[in-house]
Design a protein around this ligand. Sequence first.
Ligand code: COS
Length: 384
Amino acid sequence: MNVDLTDEQRMIQAVAREFAEKDVRPIAAAIDREARFPRETVRRMGELGLLGIAIPEAQGGSGGDALACALAVEEIARVCASHAVIMSVNNSLYCDPVHRFGTVAQQERFLTPFASGQKLGCFSLTEPEAGSDARNQSTLARRDGGDYVLDGRKIFVTNGREADAVLVFAQTDRARRHRGISAFLVEKGTPGFTVVKTEEKLGIRASDTAELLFEGCRIPASHRLGAEGDGFAIAMQTLDGGRIGIAAQAVGIAAGAYECSVAYARERKSFGVPIGQHQMVQWMLADMAVSIEAARMLTWRAAWLKERGAAWGAAAAMAKLFAAETAMKVATDAVQVHGGYGFLADYPVERYFRDAKITQIYEGTSQIQKLVIARRLLEAGSAA
Ligand code: COS
C-alpha cells in the first residue's frame, strides 16, 4: 500500500479540515447539547463536494476515491462526530450502493442530486428483531402489478427524518429467507411512508436517528435496486464499505480527544509542573498516539483494497473493530487526563467520550466484526 496521498486526496482532506475548523467547531458543542440537526452546515458539506466524494463527477460527485472519503470523514469527526456520520451515511450507505447497483434512470433520480448534496439519503436495514441478525427481516414488499407495496417498521435509521430518500430492505419472498430480501428506493412524501420517532441519544446527538413506518406504501417496481432476492448481498456489501467510514469516524474521534489531551497536558499543572511531565500522563498520551496511528493505517488499507477491487470486507471489519475500540479507549483516557474537568460538559472530551461509544455498535458491533473476521480467516485458511 502506498501511504503517500495523491494531490487530489490531500485537497479533499484540506477542504474537510478547513470546513471542520471554520464552520463546524464553533457550533459542535451547541448542536450536541440541543440535539439539533445542523441543516446549514450539511448543506455546506454538499456545496463543498463532501457528500458524494467517491462518486464520479458526471453523477454529481467529486470523482474521488474510498481513501479520500475516509480522510474527509476523519477530519470532520476530529471536530464533530455527528457531522461525520451524517456525511458517511450519505457517501457510503446511500450513494455507493445506488452507484454500484442502480440503473441509469435510478442514478439520475436517486444519485445525482444526492451526491451533489442537494438531497440527503439514508439506509434502512435494522428492525426491532433484525439488528446483528440482519437476515431476520420482517418488512414485506408485496408485488402488485407494476408496483410493490411495503409494510413494516425500521429502526435506528441515521438521517432517517431528514433524508429525501431511503434505501430500504424488505422481504419479497419470505420462503427464500435471506435470498428473498430485496432493496428499494423510497422517496420522502410517498404515501404510507412516515417517520414516527426521532431517538434521544447518549452521543452523536446532532445526527438524526429515526424510526420509519411503512404502511401500504406503494412504489413503482422500477424503484427496486438490483434484482429481486439480491437485497441481502447488497446490504452486506454496502456495510463492508460503510465500515470504512465508521472506522474513519472513530479515528477522527480518537484524534480529536488526543489533541485536547496533549494541549491540556501542556497547560494544566499539578505538583508544580505541567501534568505532561508526569510519566503516567506521558504513558497515556503515547499509547493514544500509537493506537490512533495503527487504526488510521488499518482504515487506509481497507480503503485501498476497496479501491483496487480486491476483497475488502475483512479488512474493513478489522479497521472498524480496531478503530472503534481505540476511539473508546482514547476518549476514556482523555477524560482521565483532564481529571474532574473531563467529566464536565464544558470540556470537549466529555462529548468525544459519549460519541465514541456508538462506533463500537453501529454498522455492526465489535462482536460482529470479530465474527466477520474469523469467518474470513477460516474460509481463507490464512492470516487475513
Ligand atoms: N458481501 C456479499 N454477500 C455477503 C456478505 C458480504 N460481505 N456477507 C454475507 N454475504 C452473503 C453470504 O454469501 C450468504 O449468501 P448465500 O446464502 O446466498 O450463500 C448470505 O449473505 C448469508 O451470509 P451468512 O450466512 O454469513 O449470514 P449470517 O446471518 O450468518 O451472518 C452477518 C451475517 C452476521 C455477518 C450479518 O448479518 C451482519 O453483518 N450483521 C450485522 C448487521 C449490521 O451491520 N447492522 C448494522 C446496520 S446499520 S446501523
